[in-house]
Ligand binder design. Structure first.
Ligand SMILES: [Zn+2]
Length: 336
């Protein structure tokens, strides 16, 4: 009997690295997470060890009991923050990692002899949404946006990732929605990320409550010395006026960003995930309410994906199905 095929997905983040053996339907057969080492040599060693661990598990040789039969690994997908050289599989400049021009594809293909692809983490998440998110089922043209600590994005056109000219396309977080707005990490001012990310909402909430000293946020501030985006959304859900104000301001910027996307690409939907919108949909509700105040008729269809259906591991495994297995099928015209 032929072995079932599976992909290995490795999601390298600033604080943790997660690996998984994932089947074609997105079921995570085996996974393991380790802390991301700070030093280059340690990171390389731990990264290779994590891949080796996944390959052992796929071959049925994990240190723990497995409830699946050995699988055939079709490829390794690696998602990293920052820009990548897609063709060569190089992490060019991962902001939170000691990796500059790090040749991941060459390293893993040389070591393990298995086809490897490298993507930016937000692009991988977009591929994950395309392949696995039930909310995105049937949608072949969309812009994916992840609103968390920062704002990442990816563009799917006709069912394929739009990579753009090197280094990156789909950086919706760094589109500018407010001239002379707050300074962004990227060096520009008034980027969506500097106005609507979890970090931005927390910072704005903290600044505002320090001045206004009222409501639920003031209580939180007195306890913690700051407020987070989660505090702001929770307080707005309870009808706190100050929190609503902060969130509506962020939502207005998000609505501008989304309508710009709509104008530019006219996608079927803007699919949104990430920590800030996973627990509460209040930011997206406000965003929809802000759209008519910006344009009388132009609207973007906003689709929210719930936390579980996309994840770093699934997204990085999706790279394999979309970019390695998909290509093999293309060249053999379905003959495998
Ligand atoms: Zn920026």
């Amino acid at each position: 009997m032929r072995m079932m095929q599976a992909a290995i997905g490795i999601d390298v983040g600033g604080t943790k690295m997660a690996g998984g053996v994932v089947d074609a339907k997105g079921k995570i057969l085996y996974s393991h997470t380790v802390a991301t080492p700070r030093e280059f040599a340690d990171l390389e060693r731990e990264f290779v060890a994590l891949v080796a661990n996944m390959l052992s598990a796929a071959a049925g040789k994990a240190p723990v009991a497995l409830d699946f039969a050995p699988v055939e690994v079709t490829g390794i997908g690696v998602a990293v923050p920052g820009s990548v050289n897609r063709e060569k599989g190089i992490a060019v400049g991962a902001c939170n990692l000691p990796w500059q021009n790090f040749a991941i594809k060459e390293l893993l293909e040389g070591r393990f002899g298995i086809p490897t692809r490298v993507e930016n983490d937000a692009d991988a998440a977009a591929l994950g949404a395309l392949r696995y998110a039930p909310e995105a089922k049937g949608i072949q043209n969309f812009v994916f946006m992840t609103i968390g600590t920062g704002i990442g994005g990816g563009i799917i056109l006709n069912g394929k990732l739009h990579g753009g000219q090197w280094p990156l396309a789909g950086e919706v977080g760094h589109t500018i929605v407010q001239p002379d707005g707050p300074l962004c990490n990227c060096g520009s001012r008034g980027c969506l990320e500097a106005l609507t990310s979890g970090t931005a909402i927390g910072r704005e909430g903290t600044d505002t409550v320090r001045k206004e000293q009222r409501g639920l946020l003031w209580t939180v501030y007195q306890e913690n010395g700051q407020v987070t985006a989660a505090d702001v959304t929770a307080a707005a859900e309870q009808g706190d006026a100050l929190a609503e104000e902060v969130l509506r301001q962020a939502a207005r910027c998000l609505a501008i960003g989304m309508l710009n996307i709509q104008r530019l690409l006219s996608p079927e939907a803007i699919i949104v995930g990430g920590g800030v919108v996973t627990k509460s949909d209040i930011l997206l509700r406000y965003t929809k309410e802000a759209m008519p105040l910006i344009h009388p008729t132009l609207r973007a269809r906003v689709v929210q994906v719930k936390g579980g259906s996309i994840s770093g591991v699934r997204g990085s495994a999706a790279i394999v199905w979309e970019e390695i297995v998909g290509q093999v099928i293309d060249v053999t015209q379905g003959g495998i």
